[in-house]
Design a protein around this ligand. Structure first.
Ligand code: GLA
Length: 372
């Protein structure tokens, strides 16, 4: 059943609007967003569709494939459970401006557990629909910020702005170059096909439960290192050697990653602008090594996927997203794709691991209205 039929069946009328928001992969710029740094994500073709109508009695009803449809009132939003916490969190952040409440039906096709930001897609789909229905006149960036706040304050995940911004702002055929301090952004053409290249997503199917706790820990380490260095955030470190001399242990390693990763994003932007697309592969590899050795957010499933993809002929590969499982992206020449897949599958089989899933990453559009 499609989302409109599901809405009609549950709520007995047509929805007033239907919005779709995508998940994302990140080309490069990992764990830089909450350090005021640079990121370069793009939207994927999978996303969440939200069919929504405004109400006038302050009730919120959420119907999804994953969650039950227990109604929640705007006064008691904390009662929301499971999947409903994301849309309800968005309503909580928008507050009085959406005071009449809403009926919301959701469907999604983002591969679950692959680290492709289905939660950001969910938040942004609901935020963009409410923006239209309640005439909020918010920009896509403001809607991304409200969605991030919902995740930070309501779901309790201290994420940065990358995923929600990618979902709200992406443009088909382009990556989104975002300065997470100024929130200035540029759509960078990502023309791989004419170069005979593609980005292959390798979903490792691994998910490690420590992910959320370790994420918060990394963020705190970065903030502590910035305090020691007397800067507002690690974005501001200019003399890396001098900074490293003043730090020890984990904070030293985290700083090394964040500072070099920001430079790698800028280098990738330069190479893309020059049309030297295959050359970004080396920077993808360097990013992964830094996430493995300095930021320490990889797991064997991610490392083996990267190593075996490169051995199979990929120009470069790296984990994408928060880490501790999820997906790897590999930059691969069209005529090497089968070889790369075979190399990764063999490496997994050798270790007795679940067969990974391969998905082609095509840069898709950001959130948009799809009906009513
Ligand atoms: C997760 C977070 C993002 C970002 C990445 C790491 O996806 O939601 O904000 O920090 O991890 O780059």
């Amino acid at each position: 059943m499609g989302v409109i039929e599901a809405f009609r069946a549950a709520f007995g009328a047509d929805p007033q609007t239907v919005w779709r928001a995508p998940g994302r992969v990140n080309l490069i710029g990992e764990h830089t967003d909450y350090n005021d740094g640079f990121v370069l994500p793009f939207a994927v073709p999978w996303g969440v569709t939200a069919a929504v109508s405004a109400r006038s009695d302050g009730l919120v009803r959420v119907l999804s494939e994953q969650a039950g449809d227990e109604p929640v009132t705007l006064e008691r939003l904390d009662d929301a459970k499971g999947w409903a916490r994301y849309p309800v969190g968005v309503l909580a952040v928008l507050g009085d401006r959406v005071g009449g409440g809403a009926d919301i039906a959701l469907t999604g096709d983002v591969p679950q557990g692959a680290g492709l930001s289905s939660s950001a897609a969910l938040e942004v789909a609901v935020a963009t629909a409410l923006n239209e229905l309640y005439h909020l006149d918010m920009t896509p960036m403001e809607l991304a910020l409200a969605s991030q706040k919902a995740e930070n304050n309501f779901v309790g995940m201290p994420c940065g702005i990358m995923d929600q911004a990618a979902s709200a702002l992406s443009k088909e055929g382009h990556a989104l170059f975002l300065d997470c301090r100024s929130l200035g952004f540029r759509h960078v053409p990502l023309d791989l096909a004419s170069r005979g290249l593609q980005i292959l997503i390798i979903d490792t199917r691994a998910h490690h439960e420590l992910a959320d706790g370790e994420y918060a820990k990394r963020r705190a380490e970065c903030e502590s290192a910035a305090r020691t260095l007397g800067v507002a955030s690690l974005r501001d470190v200019e003399d890396l050697a001098a900074a490293l001399g003043r730090l020890t242990g984990d904070e030293r390693k985290r700083t090394m990653h964040v500072v070099t990763e920001n430079h790698r994003v800028e280098a990738v932007i330069g190479l893309l602008r020059a049309g030297a697309v295959p050359e970004i592969g080396a920077l993808l590899n360097a990013s992964h090594l830094s996430l493995r050795d300095q930021f320490e957010v990889t797991v064997p499933e991610l490392d083996v996927a990267v190593e075996s993809a490169v051995r199979g002929g990929a120009r470069g590969a790296r984990m994408t997203g928060g880490g501790f499982g999820g997906s790897v992206i590999a930059l691969v020449a069209d005529d090497r794709v089968d070889q790369v897949k075979a190399s990764v599958s063999a490496a997994y089989a050798e270790r007795g691991w679940t067969e990974p899933r391969f998905l082609p990453a095509v840069a898709a559009a950001g959130a948009h209205r799809v009906g009513f």
